[in-house]
Ligand binder design. Structure first.
Ligand SMILES: Nc1ncnc2c1ncn2[C@@H]1O[C@H](COP(=O)(O)OP(=O)(O)OP(=O)(O)O)[C@@H](O)[C@H]1O
Length: 254
């Protein structure tokens, strides 16, 4: 089944066509990659899917419903979460608080509940901390629990951003260059996390990445973009053997 359908999407900025007539489906339960050289429109596409940009033309459907007119918040509520190339953590909050802040949104606690139903608030807050710690454990973040986000090593901050995105219980997770700035060990750990997210949590993953080794190992399907358009799509094996792809971007480095 197709979870996400990108249908002839274009997005212009002034005269510049950042993406043009982009169409492809993302199959439910897949790890789907998007590659392409700098400026080929990958992040613009993510911004359209996640509601940050409205498409100039075309439509985005999620679970057989159009989402391209929704705000980022509404898109998130529909079941889609994302991370950003430039991390967007709450820097002055601890690791635990970063995750709890997201879980709190679904707790249903209102400000007056602290006065009229303090026991209920206490119970819910305890439950929120338990859920947050369970998520931190999966991401090997428990040892960092009480550190401020701004004091974490970069690789740990990136893990935290993915953990926080998962706290919104998405059906589809969009990862924008999750391996950028990571060393080999951290990239291997990232691969494990992405597989866990799909295999154990059943979440579909759409990932932009320049690290081809990582993409080859984790993705079932890769869409290749060039100059704002889809150049080709296929399995990592098919894409890596495609002459156009090799000539256009990879300079034979496969
Ligand atoms: N808000 C914007 N205003 C104007 N132009 C933009 C805007 N966002 C993106 N662009 C332009 O759209 C084109 C595609 O950019 P985009 O960031 O989507 O590419 P990308 O494939 O994600 O690149 P990278 O791999 O470097 O992140 C570029 O020419 C970029 O300058």
């Amino acid at each position: 089944m197709e979870l996400l359908q990108i249908k002839q999407v274009s997005r212009e900025f002034g005269g510049l066509k950042a993406i043009q007539d982009v169409s492809f489906p993302v199959r439910q339960g897949s790890i789907h990659g998007v590659i392409g050289p700098n400026g080929s429109g990958k992040t613009t596409l993510f911004n359209v899917i996640s509601g940050y940009y409205k498409p100039t033309q075309g439509e985005v459907w999620f679970e057989n419903k159009p989402i391209h007119a929704l705000s980022p918040f509404q898109v998130n509520r529909a079941g889609l979460a994302r991370t950003f190339q430039n991390l967007r953590l709450f820097k002055k909050m601890t690791v635990l608080e970063n995750v709890c802040a997201v879980l709190d949104r679904e707790s249903g606690i209102r400000i007056w509940d602290y006065v009229v139903a303090p026991k209920r608030v206490f119970r819910i807050e305890k439950e929120t901390i338990r859920k947050a710690e369970a998520l931190l454990e999966v991401f090997d973040l428990l040892e960092w629990r009480d550190f401020l986000a701004e004091n974490l090593p970069y690789g740990v901050q990136k893990r935290l951003e993915i953990a926080r995105a998962l706290a919104t219980h998405p059906k589809l997770l969009l990862l924008d260059e999750p391996a950028a700035g990571l060393n080999h060990t951290e990239t291997d750990e990232l691969a494990r996390i992405i597989r866990y997210i799909r295999d154990e949590r059943g979440i579909t993953v759409l990932v932009i990445e320049h690290d081809m080794k990582l993409m080859m190992t984790i993705c079932e399907t890769i869409t290749v973009m060039n100059e704002g358009m889809v150049l080709t799509e296929g399995t990592p094996n098919q894409v890596s053997k495609n002459k156009q792809v090799i000539t256009a971007y990879l300079g034979g480095e496969w």
